[in-house]
Design a protein around this ligand. Structure first.
Ligand code: 5GP
Length: 202
């Protein structure tokens, strides 16, 4: 029996601190891999093709949709983002633990189609704190911030169907909680029997 990879799906409203939590997660579990999505948005300064994303044209993206190359895709802030089916299949088959940082629409599509993913929603401490973080870090116009806040409220409503919810009010504690979820899921019998079988020849 070969160990099946863990697929960890993380979603959060922008400003909840998902990026920093992810960074810590990869420090704690260096063998976990980040799923590299395809997107039609332009690279930001410093973003390298194939690292954070595969940057593609709208035509390429849409032809991938037509070819059923995506496990899920969604439109976020006017751009399209998708997880290639092959990324999931390869990780799963090779026993690699994969982290997907995707929005709620995409996560829901994935959950409807695939068994076995672990869905974690990162929650900001409060709406007031989310607003404070967005205003503090952003050079965006007030109306852009207002739009993000409305969208955040919609996303928070989606949290009900995730497997786990983590409040990011204390960053270290949130990191520990996320690590605990990963560890617990890594210790599921279905993921341990490969090692047990090899060690004890059963
Ligand atoms: P950004 O453009 O700031 O990198 O990402 C914007 C949003 O798109 C984030 O909420 C992120 O989680 C989401 N996103 C990134 N990749 C994917 C993907 O492959 N599928 C879906 N559904 N959302 C994604």
């Amino acid at each position: 029996m070969k160990r099946e990879g863990l697929i960890l799906i993380l979603s959060a409203p922008s400003g909840a601190g998902k990026t920093s939590l992810c960074r810590e997660l990869f420090k704690t579990f260096p063998d976990m891999k980040e799923s590299v999505s395809f997107t039609t948005r332009a690279p930001r300064t410093g973003e390298v093709e194939g690292e954070a994303y595969h940057f593609v044209t709208r035509e390429t993206f849409d032809s991938m949709v037509a070819d059923n190359a995506f496990a899920e895709w969604a439109e976020v802030h006017g751009n399209r983002y998708g997880t290639a089916l092959i990324t999931l299949e390869e990780a799963w088959r090779n026993g690699v633990d994969l982290v997907l940082d995707i929005d709620c629409q995409g996560a829901r599509k994935l959950k409807e189609q695939f068994d076995g993913g672990v869905y974690v929603f990162i929650m900001p401490p409060s709406m007031a704190e989310l607003r404070r973080r967005l205003e503090f870090r952003s050079t965006d116009a007030q109306e852009v911030i207002e739009r993000r806040i409305v969208r955040a409220a919609d996303e928070i409503r989606e949290a009900r169907w995730y497997d786990f919810i983590i409040f990011n009010d204390n960053f270290d504690e949130a990191c520990r909680e996320l690590a605990a979820i990963v560890t617990a899921n890594r210790r599921k019998t279905s993921r341990m029997m490969d090692k047990v079988g090899k060690l004890f020849d059963i």
